[in-house]
Design a protein around this ligand. Structure first.
Ligand SMILES: NC(=O)c1ccc[n+]([C@@H]2O[C@H](COP(=O)([O-])OP(=O)(O)OC[C@H]3O[C@@H](n4cnc5c(N)ncnc54)[C@H](O)[C@@H]3O)[C@@H](O)[C@H]2O)c1
Ligand SMILES: CCCCCCC=O
Length: 428
């Protein structure tokens, strides 16, 4: 049996013990992960220096502070995220319990990329642990020293049966992809993303694909160009341009000047320190240009005109939306599917189970569904199914009506009491 298969089987066995389900266990593992990040900061930054020449201070800033923030959030919010979520009732479910219960999915495969190897490998793991899953972690072979630190040190902090780290390159990843998982979370390029999805389809395994692409950056003529240039150059040249959401090319001022739209540099993600600039006639021209291409992971708009801002866009800055745990982070179309960060990561790796709990009483209401079917029963069914009733509002109105009745009764009793007292005074 291959090493990869053994790791998956051990993780499955650990999951089936049920020990990852209680919130105390999940919080305990998350806190251990937090301790790992803090206590092993030097190992982490030494490995990143060797792999990618990242600086000692850049490591917390771009890789581990975000992880600590996500862990803290998950620890503090877990009870809320994992609790049953009541949903709106209708006439048919008035006396039932109707709610969504997040449940663990099972065993998740996390495949990470090399460019921010901690951020993009451990962040999905936080979601997996919080949601009560087991997870097999496959770091990128390109950042080999980081991969070794994960393999050697993570098991000293986490439940090593539940969260094994499997290292290796393409053959090892492919061997993992032959196994059965309950979810695959892949970060990397779109070409391999398609292979991952194809492999997942053999077991009908759902996937999250965090891919890349050409994130456009539109600069309007009325924006503060000095600030825009500072933020864009930071966004582009951080990590040598090797950031999934780096602005890939600029549309309006004028690095690669007046680039032709069909030039090679405009066909594929650049993922390096080159910044082509394309001149457009205005916002409509920019929108047309962007819409003619694959859907990007991020869109940057530098403009005073807030008509150009919309959901899923970062206006007047670059990259920083990645650090906002309250926003879903993920792509669409060629840039991926699914999202994570904060509660979105928890939800992404949970099964949101719809729960309807009925009582065995009130059988009379069900007559309309049992044969023989009659026109009258159909009328009742039509009423119950189609009648749009705001049950919460009806409840509030019923409560108000009840309070009004109670107030009227109290008032009447008081009036009667007063009348009796008046009568007694008059008699005296
Ligand atoms: N959306 C995001 O959050 C995000 C984050 C980081 C990087 N990215 C994107 O990732 C790309 C850069 O990463 P990369 O793809 O060079 O990373 P990579 O080479 O590290 O590959 C990613 C993972 O895929 C595996 N892999 C590679 N080839 C494979 C194959 N043929 N079969 C099975 N598995 C295989 C590797 O083992 C690795 O674990 C860029 O496009 C970037 O935009 C996206
Ligand atoms: C500012 C950190 C961004 C990390 C983005 C991960 C994608 O490459």
């Amino acid at each position: 049996m291959s090493r990869e298969r053994q790791a998956v089987e051990r993780a499955r066995k650990a999951f089936l013990t049920g020990r990852s389900k209680p919130l105390d266990y999940r919080i305990g593992q998350l806190k251990s992960l937090q301790r790992f990040v803090v206590e092993r900061q030097k190992d982490i930054s030494d490995a990143l220096k060797k792999d990618l020449n990242k600086s000692k201070l850049g490591t917390p800033l771009y890789e581990t502070l975000g992880l600590e923030g996500e862990i803290l959030l998950a620890v503090n919010k877990l009870a809320e995220w994992a609790a049953p979520r009541p949903v709106e009732k209708n006439l048919l479910t008035l006396s039932d319990q109707v709610f969504i219960q997040p449940e663990p999915l099972g065993v998740v495969l996390i495949i990470g990329a090399w460019n921010y190897p901690w951020a993009v490998t451990i962040q999905p793991l936080i979601g997996a642990i919080a949601a009560g899953n087991a997870a097999v972690v496959k770091p990128s072979e390109v950042s080999a020293h980081t991969s070794k630190v994960m393999e050697e040190l993570l098991p000293l902090y986490l439940d090593k049966e539940m969260y094994p780290v499997v290292t290796g390159g393409v053959p090892e990843t492919q061997e993992l992809l032959k196994q059965r998982f309950d979810h695959i979370f892949y970060t990397g390029n779109s070409t391999v993303g398609k292979l991952v999805m194809e492999a997942a389809s053999r077991h009908l395994t759902p996937v999250t694909l965090e891919l890349g692409g050409k994130s456009p950056c539109y600069i309007d003529k009325d924006c503060d160009i000095t600030i825009a240039c500072r933020r864009i150059t930071w966004g582009k040249y951080t990590n040598c341009g090797q950031t999934c959401i780096a602005p890939d090319y600029i549309l309006s001022p004028t690095v690669l000047r007046d680039v032709k739209p069909d030039a090679k540099v405009m066909q594929e993600e650049i993922f390096g320190p080159l910044l082509p600039i394309i001149t457009v006639s205005g916002v409509d021209d920019a929108i047309r240009f962007i819409n003619e291409r694959e859907k990007p992971l991020a869109l940057y708009v530098f403009s005073q005109d807030n008509k150009t801002s919309s959901g899923g866009v970062l206006a007047n800055d670059c990259l920083v939306h990645f650090s906002v745990s309250a926003l879903p982070f993920g792509g669409v179309g060629n840039s991926g599917m699914g999202s994570y960060h904060g509660k979105f990561g928890f939800d992404q790796l949970s099964h949101l189970r719809g729960c309807l709990i009925k009582k065995l009483g009130m059988e009379g209401v069900n007559q309309m569904r049992y044969p023989p079917h009659t026109a009258k029963k159909l009328d009742w069914a039509r009423f119950f199914i189609l009648k749009q009733v705001d049950v919460a509002r009806v409840g509030r109105m019923a409560m108000l009506a009840l309070l009004a009745v109670i107030a009227a009764v109290v008032l009447q009793v008081r009036i009667k009491k007063n009348n009796r007292a008046l009568h007694a005074n008059c008699v005296q």
